[in-house]
Design a protein around this ligand. Structure first.
Ligand code: NAP
Length: 294
């Protein structure tokens, strides 16, 4: 049982975690924090948090667990504000989508990676943001990746593992660099492609007409281009190196496909499409094709 849980950034992820833990009876009090008083007030009205503090340092006082759920670019500022204000024995974790950059922010703010800091990332989300979009079942059956370091305290790690398990998630551990490579491939590249496709079409002269005739496939492919631009700007910069590797690899595949279409290479097109269909069918049957994810 967490006596006082502090969530900094009561948006989609922070709000959903608070809702899930409350529903599971895993915490007695939830204190929220963020920049915008109106949305924190709304979070109290919705029953997501019990109360809020606009000052991050005041928000963490007396909390046994602190979850930092702000955009990646805001992590270091939050860490700086809470350093020195934490209760003895408090455990701090984050939900950032790229882990090396969060560790860099923690190192800069805390002067090293403290044993009580457990980096984490829930592989769950939607294209919506803000506390209104949060819901308690977001993490049900989804994976959460923790990327502890050698110095991470075992008890702090177990505390964060249990927190996510109580929200319905399945927890796995991974090395930081591996996490960032895997997520660049499975989440960051698809988001960049969705944004690029919609932007390219939107900038064409006949864009109004194009969107009028866009069908289900276009909707499926581009859902994630409705995601928050600030969050994706931060992720693109934070995981730059791994994303560049994926963009370059994807550029080669696209070049290959362009050549096949130009040269009417039906065999090559069949080969690529069949291979992709088989891989997608395998993944969908294992993971449930209809679930939304980040
Ligand atoms: P969100 O719904 O926009 O929530 C972000 C929260 O952070 C808001 O409550 C916002 O509140 C606060 N915030 C924004 N800028 C801030 C700043 N400069 N300083 C302090 N607080 C700030 O976003 P989210 O989708 O929950 O994402 C939060 C984190 O989760 C990000 O690090 C993201 O990488 C990670 N994540 C997202 C997903 C996803 O699919 N959405 C999945 C996994 C992980 P105020 O405006 O009141 O400050």
């Amino acid at each position: 049982m967490i006596e006082r849980l502090c969530i900094i950034g009561v948006g989609l992820i922070g709000g959903s975690l608070a809702r899930a833990l409350r529903a599971a009876g895993a915490c007695r009090e939830v204190v929220g924090s963020g920049r915008n008083e109106e949305s924190l007030y709304r979070a109290v009205e919705l029953g997501v948090i019990d109360r809020y503090e606009l000052d991050f340092g005041s928000a963490v006082e007396g909390a046994d667990v602190v979850v930092v759920a702000v955009p990646l670019g805001a992590m270091e500022g939050v860490f700086r504000a809470i350093g020195g204000r934490l209760a003895p024995g408090a455990v701090v974790t984050d939900v950032g989508s790229a882990k090396a950059s969060v560790l860099e922010a923690a190192r800069a703010a805390f002067g090293g990676i403290p044993p009580w800091f457990v980096p984490g990332h829930p592989i769950a989300g939607t294209e919506r943001s803000g506390v209104e979009a949060s819901f308690p079942g977001l993490f049900e059956g989804r994976r959460v990746i923790l990327t502890p370091l050698a110095q991470t305290d075992r008890a702090a790690l177990e505390c964060v593992r249990e927190l996510w398990e109580r929200s319905g998630a399945q927890v796995v551990e991974m090395a930081v660099a591996h996490h960032d490579e895997v997520l660049a491939a499975t989440s960051h590249l698809p988001h960049l492609l969705a944004y690029a496709l919609v932007d390219a079409l939107a900038r064409m002269d006949e864009s109004e007409e194009i969107f009028r005739y866009a069908a289900g496939g276009f909707r499926d492919f581009t859902r994630i281009a409705s995601s928050d631009p600030t969050m994706w700007r931060d992720i693109s910069l934070a995981n730059r190196d791994a994303i560049l590797v994926m963009l370059e690899r994807f550029g080669e595949v696209l070049g290959h496909l362009t050549r096949a279409v130009r040269e009417r290479d039906a065999d090559e097109l069949m080969k690529v499409f069949s291979r992709a269909k088989a891989a997608r069918d395998r993944y969908a049957s294992k993971d449930g094709a209809t679930r939304n994810g980040p």
